[in-house]
Write a protein that binds this ligand. Structure first.
Ligand code: HEC
Length: 136
């Protein structure tokens, strides 16, 4: 009786460990997969935010900028978790700061400052790509 309970507990432990291993693999695969999805969205919104600022479509530009800030935040968390790429963490943060500056500038009707932040964000893509793209 006692030994079969112990056996069941051991079995449950083994099953849990196996599940945890599967979950860890899935989480890693999912985040790399997600990364390309984020990148394509960053690509799209970084172009659209510039067009929308140029066309004085403030609401759309703010939405683009907020989405960019969200995506750069996800990217920052990804590189923080990765643990080997402090420069990519910094570049994610400075990109997020550019994105965050856009709604603030638009609220003040400072279209030049908004356009400059959007351009600075776009000019920084290759700083990261040169070093980290593709993933090693
Ligand atoms: C902090 C780092 C970083 C920044 C900043 C960054 N990227 Fe990337 N990007 C990467 C990495 C790393 C990859 C390669 C991912 C891989 O190998 O799967 C990538 C891949 C891409 C891809 C290819 C995605 C695919 O489907 O394979 C595009 C498009 C892209 N980036 C656009 C941009 C644009 C546009 C910007 C700037 C507005 C930008 N990225 C800023 C790190 C960055």
């Amino acid at each position: 009786m006692r030994s079969s309970t112990r056996a069941r507990i051991t079995l449950a432990g083994v099953a849990l460990a196996a599940l945890a291993a599967v979950a860890a693999t899935a989480a890693r695969a999912a985040s790399i997969f997600d990364f390309d999805v984020w990148m394509r969205a960053i690509d799209k919104h970084s172009v659209e935010v510039q067009k929308n600022i140029e066309a004085r479509k403030t609401e759309a530009a703010v939405a683009d900028a907020q989405e960019l800030a969200r995506l750069y935040g996800l990217m920052e968390a990804f590189f923080v978790a990765d643990g080997h790429t402090p420069d990519a963490v910094d570049m994610s943060r400075s990109g997020k700061a550019f994105a965050d500056a856009i709604p603030a500038a638009l609220a003040a009707k400072d279209y030049d400052a908004a356009a400059k932040a959007a351009l600075d964000l776009s000019h920084a893509c290759n700083d990261c790509h040169d070093v980290h793209k593709p993933f090693q």
